[in-house]
Design a protein around this ligand. Sequence first.
Ligand SMILES: [Zn+2]
Length: 189
Amino acid sequence: MSEAEFAVSKELIKQLIDGTIDAERLLKMDRKDKARFFNYIAVLQERVAWSDQILLRLGDKLYIVINDQRQRVAKCECGHELGDYRKNWKLACKIRTRRTIEEMSQVYDPAPAVPEPGWQEIREFFCPSCASQLAVEVVAPGYPIVFEMLPDLDKFYGEYLGAPLPDSAPDWYEDQTHAVTRQWAEKSA
Ligand SMILES: [Zn+2]
């Protein structure tokens, strides 16, 4: 760490999350400070109403946590669980699809920026419990629901942070989304 840089305190992390940090301090921050990640998690943990251990934040209101059954699940800020984090959590959401120019114009401005009906559609993903909008994707009709991120948590905690998770196992890093869609197909058969 150079003299101009400094380790990132919890107070600074709070300013980062709230967007109130000043530009000069932001630029001088030591970007390789690994304690920063744990401070970040500690600040997030103080801000949620539940006590499951946060492993990673996926979005403004979305986390991967270890729940009370010792499972790694995607969890909304409101406490609603969206299932095993290896299965695309979007499949556990309420989904609104906007397909027509009228539907898409309600959320796009100015008009030239509106996606072209027939070629693209807007999908909005909502938490089934608190109705928070957790993600939006604009894709071609029929395109599979995008699995934005399957993090290799064991590699990240073990190799990068040097703090292996107690339940680390090779099959945590495995996309299992197909198990959900297979179940749907079996139910409808
Ligand atoms: Zn929620």
